[in-house]
Design a binder for this molecule. Structure first.
Ligand SMILES: [Zn+2]
Ligand SMILES: [Zn+2]
Ligand SMILES: [Zn+2]
Length: 156
């Protein structure tokens, strides 16, 4: 079973509290699963996993809570190109944020961090320009590249 540490729980708890939300059982279960697998799961997959950890929340409850967790920034939602929303845990303090390489054929997802200074600088500058130009306060971003993974491009 997935297990969040006490520090992690209090961190999530505070984040939820700030938005006047409680760390309910289904939310805890979702965070547990996403934190533990570190994978990009669909709502149905998350639902199946919650059943394993003896949560009795229905699929619609999972959907509703995922929506909320995305809204307050604890979970990321993105489309891997198959029109199915995937969810993953948002970064925690001290963790480097990552981007995605998504295979259009097998829908596998590779996480990578913008470790090259050039790329980080570029994104920072871009955010600054955009926020000046449109008077828009940028809080975060997500970058997904689509294409074919090594396996799929070989078996073409
Ligand atoms: Zn980034
Ligand atoms: Zn592939
Ligand atoms: Zn990811």
């Amino acid at each position: 079973m997935a297990n969040l540490s006490a520090t992690e729980i209090s961190w999530y708890y505070n984040r939820l509290n700030k938005c006047c939300c409680r760390l309910t059982k289904p939310r805890r279960a979702i965070l547990d699963i996403l934190d533990d697998t570190r994978k990009h799961l669909s709502a149905e997959q998350i639902y199946k996993e919650t059943l394993k950890i003896s949560s009795n929340a229905g699929l619609s409850t999972i959907y509703r809570n995922l929506e909320l967790l995305v809204r307050i920034g604890l979970t990321w939602e993105f489309d891997a190109g198959d029109n199915k929303a995937r969810y993953e845990i948002a970064k925690r303090p001290g963790e480097s944020h990552h981007h995605h390489l998504i295979c259009k054929k097998c829908n596998s997802i590779i996480d990578y961090s913008a470790s090259v200074d050039n790329e980080k600088d570029f994104i920072k500058k871009r955010e600054k320009n955009l926020s000046n130009k449109y008077n828009f306060k940028i809080e975060n971003h997500s970058i997904d590249f689509f294409g074919l993974c090594y396996k799929c491009s070989k078996n073409k």
